[in-house]
Design a protein around this ligand. Structure first.
Ligand code: FES
Ligand SMILES: [Fe+2]
Length: 337
């Protein structure tokens, strides 16, 4: 399942890209979905099992070291995960504790699960396949502040993580792809804007003409919104929308499942309209996301091309050009093997 260097034996990434991307934290599930049964996850072509014991949540390779069976087929019992094939048991550290067919045998460490570090933040389970990262999970106080209202959602898209992130930060498509929701068809112009380099990625802000999505009551209520984008390399962004009635923050946290497939974790927080039902808020965002999905899943290639000559660029692509350059700066090539 793994090469000696820790990368998966079968991968859609080049080995170099895999090692660079594996050095970051990504969410692999919601804390609340990890309960009485093992849960499947995936990251960078590594199938994962998430399970909960008295010690908290464990993230391990979905692979029994005895005969390679998927641990997600197993069950939880007595605070341990039990493989469905021969019943080997593993504790929260992934240590093999019992071999039913040889009950007197002390399990060799060769039979321990391959585990990865776990952080629970913002209702998400995060892991880092390299075991450590130079980049911590960002601090986002609005995702823990009780004065803010929050929603969360996820979806799997047939696209590379960079493509999704770039779409999230692209405002030139609003008047077209989002004409059915918040986009303003008669105002497609994107005024020049600057992109700033930060320690963790990129930052830019601009005014975006759009329907006021915080109201979404169907009335033609249009506004020029100050929109602030913070991008955290490689595939996370926070968008701050300054609506007339208050702020809304949207987090696009993209976990690369493979080079052309991504799980999108989207968190939203707002400091206004707290008495409004969240169902409408969720439905509105899902509609917007599906408008994007139709465009993004059709893009060829699915993995974001980093070579500046690979696609044509416009003045409104200033962020995209800077983003691709920063990804290259990490050493990524963007190519799939
Ligand atoms: S394959 Fe898991 S116990 Fe044998
Ligand atoms: Fe969009």
């Amino acid at each position: 399942m793994f090469r000696p260097d820790g990368s998966p034996a079968v991968s859609s990434f080049t080995p170099e890209d895999w090692h660079i991307l594996a050095g970051f934290w990504y969410p692999v599930g919601f804390s609340a979905e990890v309960g009485s049964r093992p849960v499947a996850g995936r990251l960078l072509d590594v199938p994962l099992v998430l399970y909960r014991t008295g010690g908290g949540i464990t993230v391990a390779a979905d692979y029994c070291p005895h005969r390679g069976t998927k641990m997600t087929l197993g069950r939880l019992q007595g605070g341990e995960i039990v493989c469905k094939y021969h019943g080997l048991r593993f504790d929260g550290a992934g240590t093999c504790t019992h071999i039913p067919g040889s009950p007197d045998m002390t399990p060799p460490r060769r039979l321990d699960l391959v585990t990865f570090p776990v952080m629970e933040r913002y209702g998400l389970v995060w892991t880092c396949l390299k075991g450590a990262s130079d980049q911590p999970i960002p601090e986002w106080p609005e995702l823990v502040d009780p004065a803010w209202q929050r929603i969360k959602m996820d979806a799997v898209w047939e696209t590379g993580a960079g493509r999704h992130l770039e779409n999230f930060c692209d405002t030139a498509h609003f008047s077209f792809a989002h004409a059915g929701t918040f986009g303003w068809p008669d105002r497609p112009e994107v005024k020049p804007y600057g992109v700033e380099e930060t320690a963790t990625g990129l930052r830019f802000e601009l005014m975006t003409p759009q329907q006021d999505g915080s109201l979404f009551q169907g009335q033609p209520n249009f506004a020029d919104l100050l929109s602030e984008y913070d991008v955290y390399l490689p595939f996370t962004a926070r968008l701050i929308l300054h609506f007339p009635r208050g702020d809304e923050h949207i987090f696009d946290i993209v976990a690369p499942l493979s080079a052309g497939r991504s799980r999108i974790f989207m968190l939203k927080a707002r400091d206004h309209d707290l008495d409004q039902p969240v169902d409408e808020w969720i439905d509105f965002q899902k509609t917007v996301n599906e408008e994007d999905r139709a465009m993004v899943e059709s893009q060829v290639p699915a993995a974001l091309p980093l070579d500046a000559k690979a696609e044509g660029h416009l003045p409104s692509d200033r962020f995209s050009i800077a983003y691709r350059r920063r990804l290259q700066g990490l050493g990524l090539t963007g190519g799939a093997s």
